[in-house]
Design a protein around this ligand. Structure first.
Ligand code: NAD
Length: 242
């Protein structure tokens, strides 16, 4: 990492919102750490592209954010950090009664436990600087709750409360904790919808379209550069939907 740039860790950056966020932060001159669970070739390619285009450093790491030891190993190589973006997440569609305990725990591990694991290691680095931003990617389902997505909704509801509680805990140390709660964003996470299902969904959204990963990324970057007095907020980006 070069000394003059601010640094950010963005989890789940091989595609979708995480990738768009990595690009937005690179454009803004941040040195980056980016992670993904499986698509490491895509992540290496992104890192190479960002370094070349924006003259920053970008370290790509394959790690499961739902696994404490993977996160511990990731942070073994990080010496300083200004911004942590907890973006890695998975969804699970289906009736709750059909869900296995393993499926339930996996959703909680990747979406919620990951926020604890990364924050646990990021906070001491931020305390050293007496500054830092933790930004969690939640979802509108975290407050509304969605049929067929009970585990996902519960995990994101917990992310919202995690955000508010940690914000209070870290405010005296000048570390801000906020969340962004997207509505329906056009990423691979929603690739399972048929054309008809997409049309019905879009019809419900006042903006009459899905959001783009770039719009969520722009919001995350704005939260990272927001005044220090803003903390404990869950900012909705949903085209007026919820
Ligand atoms: P996506 O499926 O396109 O991308 C998910 C990213 O997370 C990928 O890079 C993947 O490698 C990574 N990831 C998944 N599991 C991981 C793990 N265990 N460890 C490390 N990385 C892992 O999804 P997306 O739509 O870009 O979603 C990103 C975040 O935004 C998620 O937290 C999701 O819940 C949230 N979100 C998405 C939408 C939407 O409509 N797409 C809406 C609200 C919230």
């Amino acid at each position: 990492m070069s000394n003059q740039n601010k640094s950010a860790l963005i989890t789940g950056a091989s595609r979708g919102i995480g990738k768009a966020t990595a690009i937005a932060f690179a454009k803004a001159g941040y040195d980056l750490y980016v992670t993904c669970e499986k698509s490491i070739d895509a992540l290496y390619e992104l890192a190479r592209q960002l370094e070349k285009e924006y003259h920053i450093t970008c370290t790509a790491v394959q790690a499961d954010m739902g696994d404490f030891l993977d996160v511990k190993e990731l942070f073994a190589d990080i010496e300083e950090l200004d911004v942590l973006v907890n973006n890695a997440g998975i969804c699970h569609s289906g009736l709750l009664a059909d869900m296995s305990p393993e499926q339930w725990h996996r959703v909680q591990a990747v979406n919620l436990d990951s926020c604890f694991y990364t924050s646990k290691f990021a906070i001491p680095l931020m305390l050293k600087k007496h500054s830092g931003k933790i930004i969690n990617v939640s979802s509108v389902w975290g407050t509304q709750g969605a049929s067929m997505e009970v585990a996902y909704s519960a995990s994101k509801g917990a992310v919202n409360t995690f955000t508010k509680a940690l914000a209070r805990e870290l405010a005296p140390s000048n570390i801000q904790v906020n969340a962004v709660a997207p509505g329906v964003i056009d990423t691979d996470m929603n690739a399972g919808y048929t054309d008809d299902e997409r049309a019905v969904l879009i019809d419900e959204i006042p903006a009459n379209r899905m959001g783009t990963p770039e719009e969520v990324a722009a919001m995350i970057l704005q939260i990272a550069t927001a005044p220090e007095y803003m903390t404990g907020q869950v900012i909705t980006v949903d085209g007026g939907w919820c």
